[in-house]
Design a protein around this ligand. Structure first.
Ligand SMILES: [Zn+2]
Length: 304
């Protein structure tokens, strides 16, 4: 009876406790929250919640950094925000065009935020819109209802600062690297860096851009004085350069192995079986992602 009474009391005092579907979030630094998606591939038990999605609270309001892979995931992130603050959601920032990072945007339309992204993001969203919308029900089932591609109303060229009140978010855009639309966010107050998918930790880095270009951007990221780094996928780290070293090693080995295979006259299928195999035990989802990377890199390097 005592236990039953305690439960009833809990629900009366904290109604959210009973019904909350808010995403669990990690408090990284004061006002900095990150939800970690699970390490799954988009084609296998995906669920629309596989990357890191975050929010930052200043005295004026909130900025969201990526929204997840469905309106449902976006709505659950919004719930998590509302459990922490009632301040207005002023900005929704997308780190790049990939569906696992942007297809939750629609959940924030009600807040009338400024949508922010790379100046190439709108073009790539338009180009990929039909394919993403066609695939979304296959990826996330009923959670696909209400999915929209919402392009930036504030496109960023080079760098731009956003004042959240008591903290500034410095946005930086990059030439083609992981993707053609990469943007990083650096919070001056906590010295937290969001790399989007310019950095993977634990999960095999996937290429949808230019591997040599990505290696150059890795050196650019090294110069950022980050206390914490939130990668696109994987745990928050306080060792930016170590994480970049791991990623640089994988990309370098991949490029070297594919170039050597081409030189030996091997086919793409043969190369898929051999390239970067020394990295196989060091990353999650390696076989599926490495295969795609080789398939993307091989035809480009063939023409070098
Ligand atoms: Zn991603």
């Amino acid at each position: 009876m005592q236990i039953v009474n305690s439960f009833i009391l809990l629900f009366v005092l904290f109604p959210a406790f009973a019904f909350s579907t808010a995403l669990p979030v990690e408090l990284v630094a004061p006002g900095v929250y990150v939800h970690h998606g699970v390490h799954r591939d988009i084609n296998v038990d995906y669920g629309g919640d596989i990357c890191n999605i975050s929010f930052v609270i200043g005295s004026k309001g909130v900025a969201v950094i990526d929204t997840g892979g469905s309106p449902k995931t976006g709505a659950r992130l919004r719930e998590a925000i509302r459990e922490v603050t009632q301040l207005p959601i002023l900005y929704v920032i997308n780190t790049h065009v990939h569906p696992d990072h942007v297809l939750g945007n629609a959940a924030f339309k009600q807040d009338h935020p400024v949508f922010v992204g790379h100046d190439k993001l709108a073009g790539f969203m338009a180009q990929r819109k039909d394919a993403y919308l066609r695939n979304e029900p296959l990826w996330v089932g009923a959670d696909a209802v209400g999915t929209e591609l919402i392009p930036p109303t504030m496109p960023v060229t080079d760098t731009r600062d956003i004042d959240l009140g008591g903290r500034t978010l410095r946005l930086t855009t990059y030439p083609v690297a992981h993707s053609p639309t990469d943007l990083s966010v650096f919070d001056t107050a906590s010295k937290t860096l969001w790399t989007g998918d310019l950095l993977f930790i634990e999960r095999t880095p996937s290429i949808d851009g230019d591997a040599p270009g990505w290696l150059k951007v890795i050196e650019q990221l090294r110069a950022i004085p980050a206390t914490y780094v939130v990668p696109g996928h994987g745990p928050v780290s306080s060792n930016l350069s170590g994480a970049l070293d791991d990623e640089k090693r994988y990309l370098s080995v991949l490029l070297a192995d594919v170039r050597a295979a081409i030189k030996r006259g091997e086919s793409m299928e043969q190369t898929i079986a051999t390239a970067a195999q020394s990295e196989q035990t060091k990353w999650l989802l390696f076989d599926i992602i490495n295969r795609r990377n080789v398939a993307l890199v091989f035809p480009v390097l063939e023409w070098e």
